[in-house]
Design a protein around this ligand. Structure first.
Ligand code: 2HA
Ligand code: ZN
Length: 271
């Protein structure tokens, strides 16, 4: 059996949690990540028949039965993942009943997965229905995105347009736009269901005055979406109160969609 701390998926998780903490996206225990893994990726590192304990998933995730997930722990700090992955992360498999998670590694101090696991698993289910290769759900609290949700009209069209207008890269990176939820209580199945519903259309969902959800086929894709939205939100927050001398017009955005052959949200442009 190989040392699980040398697994590529472990390295990716540690690098991302560490980086996101240093970027200020994940204060204290803020944020959570789940990475879906195949049995073939896990088997060289773990005896998959050895279930350490079981933890209720909080809802019926039977469609994910047999799937493996590396997930950040509840109450755990991203900054500590690097020094003690086995306490701050856990590797679970969804049991056939869908309401039980089988812990195969991690949460060494008796801990559990993130309180947002329902939102993660529901989002995985939603993404897999539109992209069978999706593997990552990532949640964090980046400053400028959060600030923007407090001062901007929170409709998907209005927020997406503003983010697209801030910098050339935006529409190229998220041509489908961003999903938006009003303020809601977090850690509940209700916010999980609402997020998952948005994830059928969008790879990014903003939670008003809370944070952002991103997804992707890889950690790089999910993180890249989030950091691009955050950069655009930063541009907005540092210059929205100043006279706008040079702007990206809807005709410019259209030209970008043509140049990069983007399948973009057409009703979000005024043409
Ligand atoms: O895990 O970010 O939304 C802490 C949170 C809850
Ligand atoms: Zn959060």
């Amino acid at each position: 059996m190989k040392d699980i701390l040398t697994a590529p998926f472990m390295g990716e998780m540690i690098r991302h949690t560490t980086n996101m903490y240093r970027l200020g996206y994940d204060e204290r225990n803020g944020g959570n990540i789940s990475l879906m893994l195949d049995e073939s990726e896990v088997a060289p590192y773990l005896d998959t028949a050895n279930v350490l304990r079981t933890i209720p998933t909080g809802f019926d995730a039977a469609v994910l039965a047999g799937k493996y997930f590396l997930v950040t722990g509840t109450g755990k700090y991203f900054k500590n993942v690097e020094v003690d992955p086995e306490t701050n992360l856990g590797l679970i498999r969804i049991a056939p009943d869908g309401v039980t998670a089988e812990l195969l590694w991690g949460y060494k101090d008796g801990g559990s997965f993130t309180s947002e696991l329902p939102a993660h698993l529901m989002s995985h289910i939603a993404r897999l229905s539109v992209d069978p290769e999706n593997r990552v759900i990532m949640h964090c609290h980046p400053d400028y995105t959060l600030a923007m949700t407090g001062v901007h009209e929170m409709t998907e069209r209005a927020v997406t347009r503003t983010l697209w207008q801030q910098m050339t890269e935006s529409i190229v990176v998220f041509p489908e736009g961003v999903g938006v939820l009003p303020w809601m209580v977090c850690g509940t199945n209700a916010i999980g269901e609402a997020t998952a519903e948005k994830m059928k259309q969008y790879r990014i969902v903003l939670w008003t005055l809370h944070g952002i959800y991103g997804c992707g086929r890889t950690m790089d894709e999910a993180f890249g979406l989030i950091e691009t939205v955050e950069k655009a939100a930063k541009q907005y927050m540092i210059k929205a109160h100043l006279p706008q001398v040079n702007v990206i017009t809807d005709a410019d955005l259209l030209a970008l969609t043509e140049r990069f052959n983007l399948n973009y949200r057409k009703d979000f442009l005024d043409l």
